[in-house]
Ligand binder design. Structure first.
Ligand code: NDP
Length: 390
């Protein structure tokens, strides 16, 4: 029986890498739903080619274009948030959650309701609402598998291990586009410069977040939420080669490292075939040729996002939702040219400071409504901060 697969965020970088793997063994999979945003032509092309039941664009205004592109294919077309949720709820054995940003939370939660496996690339879900997402998974007997390369690496290093013997988790960071720039120059870094990652080919938003280390700061929180460990057990190590993705340290002093090429098809493929390992079309490393690997401690003056993430973890509650939303608004501001690159961290910090007097930040229950309200409020506070910083 072919496995039933849905891909949320099918037109993005992770979505396309997922389709690449599925394409190589088409008869093993039946495609239920593919979803996308603005890139309706790519969505329609893939839905038609893969024989999906339904293709959904998040943008209601693009429904006619999607319908026209799917005409005669037998693939149903739909648009908007409700349609996205309906598609995510369609029973599937394995769902890839690869929408970018907080927009991925509700569809991910909807996909958990039919049990099955949620392959989670959308780290923002765990940052904004980790306890909610994991509780929903337990409630519906669903499995959540990490797809972020660092978290997949930790997950793999823990196979067969006693979690009680886990002492620390080290996630690595390339340092992004500006690792070696003078700190003062970060004020004037351009969008084009921030959108080039030295090692990974990814969507634009996560690439910029890598340069600012907001991506790593989200991953710190993601590690805490996914593995249920204390913030002080999680470390970040700058590793420019992006070959060691994470290390796991045990109580006997042993460190287990996961080493592989910077290719998302490894982590996606691991989640696709788990608990088995199947051959994957990723490069095999020649360590003799690579010769040496380098590591250093991150500089929190250069990357204040890391300090902010520690503060967010200490606050708990809805602070993750506020942090992620403020970060998303600041990033929108940078992309739109409203603020400079280095101002993003100042905007997020200002928004969090404003929100710190709100008792709901640390004490409110983490349900979808409260997360949405905090997300909304944090975007407003970030918007106000952008006005002051622009
Ligand atoms: P992309 O920007 O490449 O793709 C994002 C996907 O989400 C696209 O399909 C896009 O549609 C869709 N989308 C955008 N906005 C919305 C919305 N409001 N509602 C519904 N769908 C929307 O992102 P990536 O693939 O790079 O990243 C996806 C997720 O995976 C992120 O959470 C990221 O942090 C995480 N991740 C990514 C990695 C990577 O290598 N890229 C590595 C590890 C984690 P469209 O393009 O049609 O507008």
């Amino acid at each position: 029986m072919p496995r039933k697969i849905s891909i949320l965020g099918a037109t993005g970088s992770v979505g396309q890498n997922t389709i690449d793997l599925i394409d190589r063994d088409r008869k093993s999979y039946e495609i239920i739903a593919l979803t996308g945003g603005a890139n309706v032509q790519l969505l329609a092309r893939d839905a038609r080619r893969l024989g999906a039941q339904i293709a959904v664009t998040a943008d209601q205004d693009l429904l006619d274009e999607l319908r026209a592109a799917l005409s005669g294919s037998g693939v149903a077309a739909a648009a908007g948030e409700a349609a996205l949720l309906e598609a995510a709820e369609r029973p599937a054995d394995w769902t890839m959650s690869a929408i970018v940003g907080a927009a991925g939370l509700a569809p991910g939660l909807a996909a958990l309701r039919h049990g099955g496996t949620l392959a989670l690339a959308n780290k923002e879900s765990l940052v904004a609402a980790g306890p909610l997402l994991m509780a929903e998974a337990r409630r519906h007997g669903a499995t959540v598998l990490p797809v972020d390369s660092e978290h997949s690496a930790v997950f793999q290093a823990l196979v067969g291990e006693d979690i009680g013997a886990l002492e620390r988790v080290i996630i690595t960071a390339s340092g992004g586009a500006f690792r070696d720039w003078p700190i003062a120059a970060l004020e004037h870094a351009t969008l084009a410069e921030a959108s080039c990652h030295p090692n990974w080919a990814m969507g634009q938003r996560i690439t910029i977040d890598s340069a600012s280390m907001f991506n790593k700061s989200l991953e710190l929180i993601e590690t805490k939420e996914y593995f249920g460990i204390k913030p002080e057990q999680i470390e970040v190590l700058v590793h420019p080669e992006s070959l060691v993705h994470a290390l796991v340290g045990f109580n006997d002093g042993a460190l287990m490292a996961h080493v592989g090429p910077p290719d998302m098809r490894h982590a996606i493929g691991y989640a696709l075939h788990w608990p088995l390992r199947n051959p994957l079309p990723v490069a095999r490393l020649d360590l003799a040729q690579i010769g040496s690997l380098s590591f250093s401690a991150p500089d929190e003056t250069r990357w204040p996002a890391l300090r902010l993430a520690r503060e967010v973890m200490a606050t708990g509650g809805l602070a993750g939702a506020a942090f992620n939303a403020a970060k998303e608004r600041a990033l929108d501001g940078f992309i739109a040219g409203e603020i400079g690159f280095a101002a993003m961290a100042r905007v997020v910090e200002a928004a969090l400071t404003e929100l710190s007097s709100d008792p709901g930040l640390s004490s409110a229950q983490i349900d979808l409504e409260n997360v949405r309200q905090m997300d909304h409020l944090a975007r407003i506070r970030a918007q106000e901060a952008i006005r002051k910083h622009s």
